[in-house]
Write a protein of this length. Structure first.
Length: 255
């Protein structure tokens, strides 16, 4: 069966679904060359498959890369943000989603992304925001103390990540937040259920097995109702409170 966004395993992941505005900010045009740096199972690449862009992905997980190569694009490779396996000035657009909090030297990684961006190229970054209601809760931090999902930092304040981008050769274009309270609580519940079955989470490829379980199938069905509710909550509450679990920033390379 042909893989589509609706049949992709991450269609049942509220964290990914509530960050789909990444694609709007990226504004991919036909003929552009796009990299998903830390692509995981490639949900956002799959959403771009009909865009007419040349799609590339890198991830540290060989299993995730194999899935992307089989179902989405052959231009997927094992690699890390610290040393992106492409020449200078290769990409028009780069997605860097839920990765920067996992790297020790974030400034070095931002400079490496800048290296492979074309002049004027755009990067869209998502990472946990320290302005989320449950940014410092024990459940939010569950699973991030060791293994592939280890966090070197819990997240960023919007102004801090904006300054770090400016200090490393970018012009910040837009700063927004997503995932208010309901979707954040659903995320935490999902994490508890997943980690009850295993000790740690190493890579998105582990969700391929989890997707066969009853709890996952039940959540996926429930999200058909919950996602629209959560998006309404985001649209109403985030402008009022200026808070959200996810920080989303777009920036362009200067020079």
């Amino acid at each position: 069966m042909k893989l589509t966004p609706r049949t992709h395993v991450l269609h049942g992941n509220i964290n990914v679904r509530m960050r789909e505005s990444v694609l709007t900010l990226l504004d991919v045009q036909p003929g552009e060359t796009v990299l998903d740096c830390g692509c995981g199972l490639g949900y956002f690449l799959l959403k771009l498959k009909e865009s007419g862009a040349k799609l590339h992905g890198i991830d540290v997980s060989p299993e995730s890369v194999a899935f992307v190569r089989e179902h989405i694009t052959q231009d997927a490779h094992v690699g890390s943000a610290e040393q992106i396996p492409y020449p200078d000035n290769t990409f028009d657009k780069i997605m860097f989603c839920e990765v920067i909090e996992h790297v020790e030297d974030d400034a070095k990684v931002l400079r490496e992304i800048r290296r492979v961006l074309k002049p004027g190229g755009r990067v869209v970054i998502t990472t946990p925001s320290l302005k989320g209601f449950r940014a410092h809760s024990k459940l939010k931090q569950l699973g991030h103390h060791h293994g592939g999902e280890f966090h070197f930092r819990d997240g960023y304040m919007p102004e801090d990540l904006s300054k770090k981008l400016s200090d490393n050769g970018y012009r910040v274009l837009e700063v927004k937040q997503a995932i208010f309270l309901l979707s954040e609580l659903i995320m935490e519940l999902t994490k508890v259920v997943f980690l009850a079955r295993r000790k740690r989470f190493e890579a998105q490829s582990e969700l391929l097995d989890a997707a066969k379980t009853f709890p996952y199938k039940a959540l996926r069905a429930a999200l058909a109702v919950l996602i629209p509710l959560c998006r309404v909550e985001d649209a109403v509450m985030i402008p009022l409170w200026k808070r959200g679990h996810a920080l989303i920033i777009s920036a362009e390379k200067i020079g």
